[in-house]
Structure formats: structure tokens, C-alpha cells
Design a protein around this ligand. Structure first.
Ligand code: ZN
Ligand code: ZN
Length: 127
């Protein structure tokens, strides 16, 4: 909940679609207030920007991301365990929100173009 960029966000990194492997830092799963999806927050392994991705459950045809295509067809909201397992399998993209140099106009996400998988996901349900 801060507007200040994290120290170390490399704004000058040119946009490049790069799969960087498993992210070294743990990401945090934020509780979905409306219980309609998951929100994953962490640091982009490439540009070190603060990135958050939102995955909404089963709303077909609304420009949803990969997770939803996996979840789609299920009649109900998946269990948190199911959703977490899917998130760990998913490839995530940098959504740091900074238009990195050479960002294509049709880029799917505003960020540096990096993609990665999560090695670790901590919940933040308590409190
Ligand atoms: Zn990035
Ligand atoms: Zn960035």
C-alpha cells in the first residue's frame, strides 16, 4: 500500500520476454476479499519491481489468464489448496506497472516482460 517504488527497481531494463525460471523470492498470496480469485504479490526477479497478479475464478470470456482456463469448467470455486497448487504451476508475468523501454504497444502486461514460476508461496490469511 505504498506509492514508493522499491529500492532496486531497474526502470532502465528494456522490455524483453524472458523466462527466468523459478523466482528466488517467496511470493505472498493475499486473501481475496470477495473470494472470487487470488492475488499474488512479490518482486519481479528481473527488474525487481513490485508486481502483483490477480487471478479470478471462472469468468469465461473476460480476458482471464491461464489459471482460469485450468479452473474453468469446475462448477464451484476451487478450494484454496487447489487454487494454490495451480498458482504454483502457473507461469507468472511481470506486472510491475512500469512501462519499460521497448514495451510493445500490444504487450499483455505493463512490465519488463519477464516470466517465472513460483518456488514458494506464503499465505497471508491470518490477521
Ligand atoms: Zn519485471
Ligand atoms: Zn519493472
Amino acid at each position: 500500500m505504498t506509492e514508493a517504488p522499491l529500492a532496486g527497481h531497474n526502470f532502465d531494463a528494456a522490455y524483453r520476454e524472458t523466462y527466468v525460471g523459478v523466482a528466488p523470492d517467496a511470493f505472498v498470496r493475499l486473501g481475496a476479499e470477495d473470494n472470487e480469485g487470488l492475488r499474488i504479490q512479490g518482486t519481479c526477479p528481473r527488474c525487481h519491481g513490485d508486481t502483483a497478479s490477480e487471478y479470478r475464478y471462472g469468468v469465461p470470456g473476460t480476458g482471464t489468464k491461464g489459471l482460469l482456463s485450468l479452473l474453468r469448467g469446475k462448477p464451484d470455486v476451487p478450494s484454496q489448496d487447489d487454487a494454490q497448487a495451480l498458482v504454483l504451476r502457473e507461469v507468472h508475468f511481470c506486472e510491475c506497472g512500469h512501462p519499460h523501454p521497448d514495451l510493445p504497444v500490444d504487450a499483455p502486461f505493463v512490465g519488463c516482460g519477464a516470466s517465472w514460476r513460483l518456488g514458494e508461496l506464503s499465505g497471508r490469511d491470518a490477521g
